[in-house]
Design a protein around this ligand. Structure first.
Ligand SMILES: [Zn+2]
Length: 261
């Protein structure tokens, strides 16, 4: 089993970043941003938003390899893109080996006007069953896997969560949205919530370039059901998991117990 590579933080990893960061930085001032006070932190899709006094937001999207770390003052690393000096003596570092991460800073309205936020769908962790069913109904045509990956439908789901949810719900990633029964939709919804909560509980999936703001690691990858388990046996039926490219994304699923019809 290879090390997890080239995977972006998804909802669970960003949620964990938010939950771990909040008690470490809330109420602190950012000395090199005019002493602005950190009021609260929010996750929006896969982005972290730090609300500051003076009506400003400092926001981050970790993308491929970005991470937010709390470090001692003076800590240096060549992959650090920005350092924020906090009152109390620590620094908040945005570390980003591949430099695809995004940093926003500006008035609340201006930052939230960014197309990333403007087009985000409902949050996958907070969406109600009625809303989930309505969105699936509005889309009608198309396959399930790309539906889950499109942030305009649901915010926060990526390749890992999508594969895990579909395996858990026993539904094929290429199933057409328009032939899902009410029972299928219910199963998908229950599995979506179950997988997200399970991943958050386990600390997310630790990837090569990602860990928690306090240096912790996630345990989900070791306990995953199907993502990246090509040629290994399905935990339910022992059939070999197969990998197929679907809408440009590598998908792992069980050809036997994930029904196509
Ligand atoms: Zn199976």
């Amino acid at each position: 089993m290879g090390a997890p590579q080239k995977i972006m933080p998804e909802l669970p990893e960003v949620e964990i970043t938010k939950r771990k960061l909040e008690p470490l930085i809330k109420s602190k001032r950012i000395l090199n941003l005019g002493g602005k006070k950190i009021l609260r932190i929010e996750r929006k899709g896969k982005a972290i938003l730090i609300y500051l006094s003076g009506g400003k937001i400092l926001g981050f999207h970790q993308r491929m390899s970005g991470k937010l770390l709390i470090v001692r003052r003076g800590w240096k690393d060549k992959h650090t893109r920005r350092i924020f000096h906090l009152s109390g003596g620590k620094d908040l570092a945005f570390h980003d080996v591949r430099r695809f991460g995004v940093i926003w800073y500006g008035p609340v309205k201006k930052v939230l006007d960014d197309p990333y936020f403007k087009t985000l769908g409902l949050d996958a962790l907070k969406i109600s069953f009625g809303e989930f069913k309505r969105i699936l109904g509005e889309r009608r045509a198309g396959k399930l896997k790309p539906f889950f990956l499109n942030q305009k439908n649901l915010a926060g789901v990526g390749n890992i969560i999508a594969d895990e949810v579909l395996w858990h719900a026993k539904i094929h990633p290429e199933r057409n949205i328009n032939n899902l029964s009410d029972a299928d939709i219910k199963k998908l919804y229950v599995s979506l919530k179950f997988i997200l909560k399970r991943s958050i509980k386990l600390g997310g999936s630790t990837m090569r370039d990602w860990f928690h703001p306090d240096g912790g690691h996630g345990g989900y990858f070791k306990k995953r059901y199907t993502y990246g388990r090509e040629d290994e046996k399905c935990f339910r039926c022992k059939t070999q998991i197969i990998r197929k490219k679907i809408a440009g994304h590598s998908s792992c699923f069980c050809p036997k117990c994930q029904r196509e019809q």
